[in-house]
Every structure is written in C-alpha cells, then in structure tokens.
Design a protein around this ligand. Structure first.
Ligand SMILES: [Zn+2]
Length: 413
C-alpha cells in the first residue's frame, strides 16, 4: 500500500522508530513496575491508576479513568478522520495474594506472573505515547489509547463492553494481546464456560445404598462429553477442566461439580456443542435416576461462568489488510494462526459492529496464565514500532498520508 510506504519513509516516522528503539529500557522498566502491581480481574484499580500516572508523566494532561477503571487519553486528529481505539488489558488471572516479585534467571529471563499478558502490551502503549509526544506526530483522525479492565475470564470483558457502549462512534479497534509481534488475528473465537452441579440427598455408602448417586451422573455426563465429535473447521473444542465434590469414600455425595469450557470459531458450531453438552447432562441424570428404584431423584444446575461471543470477521476488512501490510513493511513475517481467530477484547468490538484486529506483543515469552510466566526482551521494540505504523496508516499522518480506514456509517447520523 502506497500510503503505508509514504508514512514509513517519512522523516517523522523514522524519528519515531529511532525513538522507540532508544526508549526500550524505559519501556521494560515500566513493564516490570506495572507487572508487580496486583491486578486480578475486577480488582485492577491500583494498576490502572499507576498506568494513568505514567501517561500523565509523559505530558498528557487529559487522562480519563472511566466508570469501570479503563484508562485512556485521546490523540486528537487535525481533521475529520476516523476514530480508532487501541488498548492492552490491565487485568491478570492471578489472585491478589500471588507473589509478584520479579526474578531474573541467568539466561536473561524476567519471571513474574503477568509480565507478558498483558503488561507488556501496556508498556508498549506507553512507549507509543512517548514517541508521539517526542516526535510531534500529528494525525488526521483520532486515536483513543490506553488500557482496559476485565479481559480475562472473571472480568467478563467488562472494560471493552463499557468502551464499546460509551464510544459508539469508533471506526476501528486494536487489541495488543497475542504472544508474538508477528501475530495478527481478525476474528474472535467464542467460548462458553459452565459450572454444572449434580445434586442428590446423599447418605451413608452402606446404609443408604440404593439412592441415585451424583458421582455416577457426573461420570455418565463426562463419558458422553468425551465421545463428542467436533468439526476441525471451524476449530471447535471442549474440555472438562475441574471435577470436584463429595466428602469421603464412605458417603454418597450430596453434590458433584464439573467445570466445562467449550470454544469455537463458528457461531453455529458453538451453539450446537452447547446443545449437545446440555443434552448429555440431562441424559446422564435421567439414566442415573432410572437406575435405582428410589423416590429421591437427582437434580442439576448449570451456571454460566463466562460467555464470550463468537466474532466472525473477514480477513478482507480494511483494518486487517492494513495490519498485515504494516507487518510486511516492517519486515516482520506474519505467523498466521488457524482461521485467523483468537479470543480477545476484539470479540466484543466486532460483535458491536466495530472492525477490529488483535496484534502481538514484542519480545519472547512463555508460561502465560501460570506462575512461571517469563519474558525476554529480544527485538521487543519492534512491536510498538509496528503498532504505531498501523495506527498512522489507519488514521492518517498529517502532511504525509490520508487515512486508509473508512469511517463507519453511524446509525444515529
Ligand atoms: Zn491477555
């Protein structure tokens, strides 16, 4: 794309590239500082506040902390261009009492739960903000840039849900939330997490023998689930991740519980799997009730623990094409993932009608969502450089390039 080349070859952008590379130590320091602030989903205010301070320290006076603790500033454009929101999420999966002391290993790994996902993304946002300020970059359209809360399981996407609701005039959204700078996805994997509890009256294993047993119903349900056949395309998966219940070998349990996660890149496939799952549970309970001549029947309850809608979006949308073209321009070889889909904040934007992509964080890392999460700063500055190029291509760089991203037709207009 000619306009991406123009931006890439402009003096301002070259300056920004140099700036971001020279800013890498500062960026890493902030990543480490932020990673050590507990930010379990729904308890991330402190980390969000510190991030807001860091944005102010760069020289942005107008920093918004909204009703749910999302933090952002607006880089106002010069003209009537498109409006793009970009965030990295603030929350982690780690409870508040998790030890977040940073450890360094002899081979150069920086270890801390949450050091990559998505604290690295937050630090990259700060580096971009510094580059924009230092290099006097002026855009045509508006960039709303910051961090959002509640992306992980327990957060229920509350941050991005709130942003999509309060900013209905967005023309595009970028989430920085994949493990590598060469990653870019344009569609959203959907998921449903359920807690299923089987209830009985319980009793002594010998004296009360002959009543329906919640453990057998649970076992019957799992046997059925294990035999499910799912399509390879769109990728569709199921998992029984937690099984618990009972008090001891000599007692028929009153309750048995399982937690199940089902996922798909296809809307209908996910809905079909949900139907099959619920039918399996119902059948297993009926079978167990019919097995014994007892008036004390088992019952069951299903609780939704998490629900992320499938967000299909063609790879042909402008924001995705621009994203890939920018990777290429930066000399980063795109590593496509199956079906171009991932489960991130972008799901909510896409289902709200806002074109969206998710891009990767820089550096090398591993152990995501585990206490062993680690990060290594190898070429990590290339990620914020790439993200800045995508942003400028989408909203336009004043005096160099007009915006490539179209403005959406808004219903209210
Ligand atoms: Zn994440």
């Amino acid at each position: 794309m000619k306009r991406i080349e123009d931006i890439f070859n402009s003096e301002q952008f070259k300056q920004a590239l140099t700036f971001i590379e020279e800013d890498r130590e500062h960026t890493l320091e902030q990543q480490i500082t932020l990673a050590q602030i507990p930010a379990w989903s729904n308890h991330e205010e402190k980390k969000a506040e510190r991030f807001a301070e860091m944005v102010k320290e760069i020289g942005y006076e107008d920093v918004t902390v909204d009703a749910v603790s999302n933090v952002y500033t607006v880089l106002k454009g010069s003209g009537d261009g498109p409006k793009v929101l970009i965030t990295a999420h603030c929350d982690t999966v780690f409870p508040l009492d998790t030890d977040l002391t940073v450890r360094r290993t002899p081979d150069g790994k920086i270890c801390c739960p949450g050091i990559c996902d998505d604290t690295r993304g937050m630090a990259e946002i700060l580096s971009i903000l510094r580059a924009v300020k230092a290099c006097g970059i002026r855009t045509v359209g508006d960039i709303i840039i910051g961090t959002d809360v509640g992306e992980e399981n327990l957060g229920g996407m509350r941050g991005i849900r709130h942003l999509c609701k309060t900013m209905p005039d967005l023309d595009g959204f970028i989430s920085i939330d994949l493990p590598n700078a060469n990653a870019l996805t344009h569609a959203g994997t959907g998921s449903l997490r359920l807690k299923i509890v089987f209830h009985g009256i319980g009793g002594h294993s010998f004296a009360a023998f002959g009543i329906p047993n919640p453990a057998y119903a649970l076992g019957g349900a799992i046997a059925r689930i294990a035999a499910f056949k799912v399509p390879e395309t769109p990728k569709t998966t199921f998992n029984v991740g937690v099984v618990s219940g009972g008090t001891g070998a000599t007692a028929i349990a009153r309750e048995m519980e399982m937690q199940v996660d089902i996922r798909s890149n296809g809307k209908e496939e996910l809905a079909e799997l949900e139907r099959k799952l619920k039918a399996a549970v119902k059948e297993a309970v009926e079978e167990e009730n019919a097995r014994w001549e007892s008036p004390d029947k088992l019952t069951y309850t299903i609780e939704v623990m998490g629900d992320l809608p499938v967000a299909p979006q063609s790879g042909d949308v402008t924001i995705a094409r621009v994203g890939l073209a920018c990777l290429k321009q930066m000399g980063i070889k795109h590593e496509p993932n199956p079906e171009g889909a991932s489960p991130t904040d972008s799901n909510m934007a896409i289902v709200s009608g806002i074109p969206a992509i998710t891009v990767g964080r820089g550096g090398i890392g591993g152990g995501g969502h585990s206490l062993e999460e680690w990060f290594m700063p190898v070429d990590e500055f290339k990620s914020p450089q790439r993200t800045l190029l995508i942003l400028l291509a989408l909203v336009g760089l004043e005096g160099v390039s007009t915006p490539i991203l179209e403005k959406r037709e808004k219903k209210s207009e």
